[in-house]
Design a protein around this ligand. Structure first.
Ligand code: ZN
Ligand code: MN
Length: 488
């Protein structure tokens, strides 16, 4: 085998559906799962003689993401027509932004391994409208549902700067977390709110000479898993193909492939990518968008601390593990619950455990989000305090967390009292019980004083006796201390 090294190079195109109430250029509702062709009007159906009107909210959402992606925001942008003929696009053109995207030259930080990040350049971010959906459900024909036609889509194009399937996935996950934090997209993969198109090729060094394999674009991926696996698959396939054919990148030999999820491989779709003739030209029916400083400031005011930054801060400020900090910052509402409970006096690690373990499990059991549980930061903080000061045991806190969902108006103290979960920590009271237990178990006391293996076992036995006498309500830490004092 010749001396050979290679690395995979991936750039990503991402379409993100923005969560506006109405479509990009008409008043139709954006609604997933509605009866086919029930959310349409002459504008999004592309009837002659109608005029589009820009959805201001969509523009603001898109600029907000571009700001979060550290893009340059031009004060003047315009709309362009991108012509193509397809059954799900009744106008025969898509309104998009060609030479003046609303954001350019930005970057995103992505987590790569334990606390380290990598900066990936963002070439551009622009706004456009979605097409409809062709349905191939029954019979020997297709149907078209135009409910999705005209839905606002933010297209983001990254630099070809990722070097593994894992990095590509990390960027996609980070972007999902970011747009959710900003409140501009539900970013629900199942509903197709995020679609990915990686461009992949290899840079190969063989016997001191550099080669680049032809670029392959994989179309329309809608899960993180498919995204990562298709990149990994392509990496190996291109290496094998290069070794077999020696074909390298040249003008016009870019190909398009699709991902076959069942067989876990990419399938050739278009052999040679022709230079597309989209006949872009400025959209005559829409006025250009001119931002003012005031408007841009208003949009900027909606920026928040972004998830990755927040995650890093939790590790430093609260000494949480990177993993825990990641779970807490997966959703903005979760991180806000955490921070408010900590501000109310809950110890950070306890609050974190209650949220990421107890309540997350309860949410999973109910197949709902943490927020939907309806728990308050006051409750979580109170519960955390009761564990820290020994009022209840850690295991009792899980019980209380579960019980709290039945009646959200009750405080953790009320629930603990009702269910006799408060630990007895009163030393005087416990000492009397300990004395009683010692008097009743002279054999065990003898074993303790004897030392050795028997010692440990006997101490455990005596502690168990005290717990039994108090119906499990004694604070085991206090009892152990009393036992140690009495037995030496
Ligand atoms: Zn419409
Ligand atoms: Mn696009």
């Amino acid at each position: 085998m010749a001396d050979l090294e290679y690395k995979v190079i991936v750039g990503l195109e991402i379409h993100v559906q923005l969560c506006t109430k109405s479509k990009m250029f008409c008043g139709c509702a954006v609604q997933f799962g509605a009866e086919p062709n029930s959310r349409v009007c002459p504008v999004c159906l592309g009837m002659p003689g109608v005029l589009p009107v820009m959805n201001k909210q969509a523009y603001e959402y898109a600029v907000l993401v571009a700001l979060a992606l550290n893009c340059r925001i031009p004060m003047f942008t315009k709309w362009d027509r991108k012509s193509y003929y397809y059954p799900d696009l009744p106008k025969n053109y898509q309104i998009s932004q060609y030479d003046l995207p609303l954001g350019a030259d930005g970057y995103i930080e992505i987590p790569i391994d334990s606390g380290r990040t990598k900066r990936i350049g963002i070439i551009r971010a622009h706004l456009e409208e979605d097409a409809g959906k062709n349905l191939h459900t029954t019979g020997n024909f297709s149907q078209v549902d135009l409910n999705r036609t005209g839905t606002p889509l933010l297209e983001i194009v990254t630099e070809p700067a990722m070097n593994s399937g894992a990095e590509v996935r990390a960027l996609a996950v980070e972007l999902q977390r970011m747009v959710r934090f900003l409140g501009v997209s539900e970013a629900d993969m199942q509903k197709g709110h995020m679609r990915f198109e990686p461009n992949i090729n290899l840079m190969i060094t063989k016997d001191g000479t550099e080669y680049k394999t032809p670029i392959v674009e994989i179309k329309n991926l809608n899960s993180f898993r498919a995204l990562e696996r298709s990149v990994n698959y392509e990496e190996q396939r291109q290496l094998d193909e290069f070794l077999e054919t020696g074909e390298v990148m040249e003008m016009g030999n870019k190909t398009t492939r699709g991902w076959d999820d069942a067989r876990e491989l990419t399938v050739l779709q278009r052999e040679k990518e022709e230079a597309h003739d989209y006949r872009y030209f400025p959209e005559p029916d829409l006025v250009p968008v001119e931002l003012t400083c005031e408007w841009l400031d208003d949009i900027r005011a909606h920026l928040c601390e972004l998830p990755l930054k927040r995650q890093t801060r939790y590790v430093q400020q609260y000494k949480l593990s990177d993993y825990d900090a990641g779970v807490l910052t997966a959703e903005r509402s979760t991180s806000e619950l955490f921070e408010r409970a900590v501000a109310l006096g809950g110890e950070a690690k306890r609050v974190c455990n209650l949220i990421t373990q107890d309540y997350q499990r309860l949410a999973n059991e109910r197949a709902c989000s943490l927020t939907a549980l309806g728990i308050t930061p006051e409750f979580v903080a109170g519960l955390a305090r009761m564990i820290v000061d020994g009022t209840i045991s850690a295991s009792a806190s899980s019980t209380i967390a579960a019980m709290s969902l039945a009646d959200l108006s009750k405080s953790p103290e009320e629930i603990a009292r009702e269910h006799r979960l408060i630990q007895k920590s009163d030393a005087g009271e416990l000492e009397a019980i300990v004395d009683q237990v010692l008097a009743e178990n002279p054999k065990a006391v003898e074993d303790v004083t004897g030392g050795g293996k028997k010692d440990k076992k006997a101490r455990g036995f005596l502690l168990g006796q005290v717990m039994q006498k108090t119906k499990g309500q004694a604070n085991p830490k206090v009892v152990s201390e009393i036992l140690a004092k009495k037995l030496g």
